[in-house]
Write a protein that binds this ligand. Structure first.
Ligand SMILES: Nc1nc2c(c(=O)[nH]1)N(C=O)[C@@H](CNc1ccc(C(=O)N[C@@H](CCC(=O)O)C(=O)O)cc1)CN2
Ligand SMILES: Nc1nc2c(ncn2[C@@H]2O[C@H](COP(=O)(O)OP(=O)(O)OP(=O)(O)O)[C@@H](O)[C@H]2O)c(=O)[nH]1
Ligand SMILES: [Mg+2]
Length: 458
């Protein structure tokens, strides 16, 4: 495929030891060679790196001292010729190098265009390309492992197998209709279709079942720590994060704003949010903080509701339970090192079956039990089934749900002995929907939109 040569800065902008300007396309080598002195880059062995200087070709003015990697098609990231110029990391240096190659025949790449070329040139499919973006955005170990698996093409392979099954079924039905060998061909075909549709539906459903965990592994569980002022919310944040991120003092109303931190609890990634203690207040700053806490509570997947065991349960506490009513809640009765004033029967009653854990955060008591309760809530006690293929991408989940609907339509038509060509339409539709996950038959505008979400130089 004839492609113009693109260039971009592929490392983050800012000061660093080294920065990379990457070129991809038919003229990558020529362009780089044109501004490189010391050596002819067009006849070096592929996948080698070369020391030299970049110069302004007209004036021979030195622009930068660099290392240049040469990777010839097709065994490259884009399947095109790639040149990577390793220059000194600094805003001016790297921009100079980029400007130099742009002035000598390269075009500035769009966001995601390198990966888009890898897709268009068939090195990876769409779900693998999306995984590249997920990998870059990963904020937890788990999220990264998940992205890596998807880059491997696990999901793609599964989807391909299912599509193969569907297309074979369609072909089978055609043959049966066109060349009926037996008298009861209608019935047999009906039976075959039913079996296959059921099988594919089962696979689609089991993929969808991983979606909740996939989303969690990807984004982390939005976990809000709520409670009255001074009960120990920030102390809990710090203990789970193994870091003194939040300020802890004996003054109620210490936390004024929402503090966020990614933490890993027994393999469960949490996006932990420490909030301002919720109470009626006249202090303007605190008031805003309290409002944000209420918002955080709305957005959360899991609530850690902290109570002070050294005080009786108050109306304010009960109001918090009310606010968290329909969410996953873990109740923490803190400060067990002090005299117990709270009535545990009351707590268990308002908890309505939610786990209740007692802790002394100051003496680090009860932390294990709490961590276990968090893990249990989301993985039913078992952490990670390593070989599951997770779907975590919203686009994929939507397509799978639509495929499930189409399969249900097909099965319903079969149940009602509808004409087989009607069933075929639903099966073909399923085949198309699954194809969109891996990028077969997707429109240019969808492709543009997906890749534009990438960062520059990727
Ligand atoms: N300097 C640099 N480091 C980088 C990248 C890069 O583009 N440049 N990558 C950018 O994301 C990642 C590595 N990803 C890559 C993925 C595939 C191929 C590649 O050439 N694949 C060929 C053949 C590989 C071989 O077996 O030799 C292929 O699949 O055909 C290269 C890099 C991370 N590190
Ligand atoms: N005795 C005792 N004190 C604790 C315990 N946990 C926290 N504290 C103390 O309680 C006080 C308040 O703790 P924080 O973690 O700041 O409480 P908070 O809920 O974040 O408070 P606000 O941000 O003001 O809403 C501090 O003096 C902590 O040292 C505990 O288990 N036992
Ligand atoms: Mg606090």
């Amino acid at each position: 495929m004839e492609q113009d040569t693109i260039a971009a800065i592929s490392t983050p902008l800012g000061e660093g030891a080294i920065a990379i300007v990457r070129l991809s396309g038919d003229e990558a080598l020529e362009i780089a060679n044109h501004v490189f002195s010391h050596k002819n880059l067009t006849d070096v062995t592929s996948h080698t790196i070369h020391y030299g200087t970049l110069v302004e070709p007209e004036t021979a003015d030195k622009v930068e001292e660099v290392m240049v990697s040469v990777m010839k098609a097709p065994k490259t990231f884009t399947r095109e010729d790639i040149v990577e110029i390793n220059c000194h990391g600094g805003m001016v240096s790297v921009n100079r190098v980029l400007q130099l190659v742009l002035r000598h025949g390269a075009r500035l790449a769009e966001p995601g265009e390198f990966t888009k070329r890898a897709f268009l040139n068939g090195r990876i499919d769409l779900s693998q390309a999306e995984a590249v973006m997920d990998l870059i955005r990963s904020k937890t170990d788990r999220a990264m492992s998940l992205a890596l698996k998807q880059m491997d093409g696990r999901l793609s392979q599964l989807i391909r197998d299912l599509r193969q099954q569907l297309i074979e079924t369609v072909a089978h039905v055609e043959v049966n209709i066109d060349y009926p060998e037996y008298d009861d061909v209608e019935e047999m075909t009906n039976e075959l279709l039913k079996q296959r549709a059921q099988y594919v539906k089962g696979e689609v459903q089991s993929l969808l079942r991983t979606a909740k965990q996939g989303k969690i592994l990807r984004e982390g569980i939005g976990t809000a720590i709520i409670g009255k002022p001074n009960v120990g919310k920030s102390s809990l944040m710090n203990i789970l994060a193994h870091d003194d991120k939040a300020i802890v003092t004996e003054i109620p109303g210490t936390t004024r704003d929402v503090i966020e931190e990614y933490v890993n609890v027994r393999g469960v990634p949490l996006r932990l949010i420490d909030t301002a203690g919720i109470r009626e207040t006249e202090d303007i700053v605190e008031k805003i903080g309290v409002e944000r806490s209420r918002q955080a509570l709305q957005d959360a997947d899991l609530i850690l509701l902290v109570l002070n065991g050294n005080e009786p349960l108050t109306e304010e506490d009960r109001a918090l339970f009310e606010a968290a009513r329909d969410l996953d809640v873990i109740v923490i009765v803190n400060k067990t090192d002090l005299e117990q004033q709270i009535n545990m029967d009351d707590v268990n009653e308002v908890a309505q079956g939610a786990p209740v854990i007692t802790t002394s955060l100051i003496e680090e008591q009860g932390i294990d039990e709490l961590e276990q309760a968090i893990a249990d809530t989301f993985f039913d006690g078992e952490v990670d089934q390593g070989d599951l293929t997770y779907v975590s991408n919203v686009r994929h989940i939507q397509l799978l749900e639509q495929a499930q609907d189409a399969l249900n339509d097909a099965l319903e038509s079969l149940e009602m002995d509808m004409p087989l060509d009607l069933v075929q339409i639903d099966i073909t539709r399923t085949w198309e929907l699954l194809g969109e996950i891996i990028g077969e038959d997707v429109s240019d505008s969808l492709i543009d939109q997906l890749f534009s979400q990438f960062c520059l130089g990727k």
